[in-house]
Design a protein around this ligand. Structure first.
Ligand SMILES: *Cc1c(COP(=O)(O)O)cnc(C)c1O
Length: 404
């Protein structure tokens, strides 16, 4: 096609013209999608290897989820929590069961789930643990990503995420990720919680050393500290289990969920915990106008039902091994490191070869969309509905890009 006839260049310009530049998207303009495939405004097709940072675990427009959304749109979309609606109880009961917890508290975005976890942990600290008023402290990890609110960026260690957004919220201590001794040493009588990603997604799919998560669990139990697992990106099937914590048999006190919970249709997040923890909240102390709305609950209940069958976790585990084998075959041929858990891979490209951004641009030209993170690392996280042939296709395109 002649360059002048493509719609993409002007569509890219239009998209940049009236928006704050808080993102640096690849120059592709998507107009439709189904399953693991995207189509742009010029009719070109791409294999989605980002899946909305795991928000699209079930693929684009999964028929069961779209049907639930349509049916709910035709009946009831919003009540606020001032009234109870008929989709609420099923969602809360079924999600609590999936998590093995007594209660859930629904919000909308991941950052709100993290904020909710922080508030609940602090209140638990004062009311149950009897921490000195105003002194509650939460331990977090170096390299964390928990969202973009002012409190959350206060304990980010990424300068882009944090610089010039102060004054910063106090009450957080940062320790090296994966270092149990450092974490244990940081706990004092004011520590109410440890907040961690069981796998650090934004950091490049960084897995902690084996035994770390069980160690954190043990230390938290011994010292009467809540273990909060941010499973917003790692949870709900991405790693081949329902939760990334499951790989080491660890049960946190609080799960933070988001992204895939909304089925790629609506923003849905939640905190799941037992009654002795979430029960500290009383009416008026926390809330959200849209949290737990009927449309969100209708879609998210079907998400929970998809996960309850175990089918997606199995697919992710099995296909993840194929992805791992393919990517590990490229070690020494342009890749210097590969980290895989389920259908989630962090791939470090030899920085002498190209940046992660350049790799993603070249993958785009080859019909595969992925996202770089931190220099020469790219992350591959396709929808869990991807087929084994499509995985081979994606790996072949990575190989071709590395071969120049
Ligand atoms: C995406 C993400 C968040 C924030 O979620 P938003 O919906 O973007 O607010 C928090 N924690 C982790 C681990 C994430 O990946």
């Amino acid at each position: 096609m002649i360059e002048d006839m493509l719609r993409t260049p002007s569509a890219v310009r239009d998209a940049e013209r009236y928006t704050a530049h808080n993102y640096h998207p690849l120059p592709v303009v998507i107009s439709s999608a189904e399953g693991a495939w995207l189509t742009d405004v010029d009719g070109r097709r791409y294999l989605d290897c980002l899946a909305g940072y795991s928000a699209l675990n079930f693929g684009h427009r999964h028929p069961t989820l779209v049907r639930a959304a349509h049916e709910q749109l035709d009946r009831l979309t919003l009540t606020s929590r001032a009234f109870i609606h008929d989709q609420f109880a099923d969602f809360c009961r079924e999600l609590a069961a999936l998590c093995g917890k007594d209660l859930v508290l629904p919000m909308n975005t991941g950052a709100e789930a993290v904020e909710t976890g922080i508030k609940v942990a602090r209140k638990w600290g004062y009311q149950v643990k009897k921490v000195t008023p105003g002194q509650a402290n939460i331990i977090v990890a170096d390299g964390n990503f928990h969202g973009r609110t002012t409190t959350i960026v206060s304990f980010s260690t990424d300068d882009d995420a944090r610089a010039d957004f102060g004054p910063y919220t106090p009450g957080f201590t940062v320790v090296p990720y994966g270092d149990l001794a450092a974490l244990e040493a940081a706990i004092d009588e004011n520590t109410v919680a440890v907040l961690l990603e069981p796998i650090q997604g934004e950091q490049g799919v960084v897995l902690p050393p084996e035994g770390y998560l069980p160690g954190v669990r043990r230390v938290c139990t011994d010292r009467n500290v809540l273990f909060i697992a941010d499973e917003i990106q790692s949870g709900l099937g991405r790693t081949g289990r329902t939760f990334a914590c499951d790989h080491e048999g660890v049960v946190p006190d609080m799960y933070l969920l988001g992204k895939a919970l909304g089925g790629g249709i609506v923003p849905v997040s939640a905190v799941a915990a037992d009654a002795d923890v979430l029960g500290v909240l009383r009416p008026g102390q926390h809330g959200s106008t849209f949290g737990g709305n009927p449309l969100a609950c209708a879609v998210a209940t079907e998400v929970v039902r998809l996960l309850a069958t175990g089918e997606f976790q199995r697919r992710s585990a099995e296909l993840g091994e194929r992805l791992r084998a393919g990517l590990e075959g490229l070690l020494g041929s342009g890749l210097v490191a590969v980290r895989v858990r389920g259908l989630w891979a962090g791939v470090d490209i030899d920085p002498a070869l190209m940046t992660g951004r350049q790799a993603c641009e070249r993958l785009m030209e080859r019909g595969v969309l992925a996202k770089d993170t931190h220099g020469s690392t790219i992350r591959l996280a396709p929808p869990l509905v991807i087929t084994s042939d499509e995985i081979d296709h994606a790996v072949a395109q990575v190989a071709a890009v590395l071969a120049g």
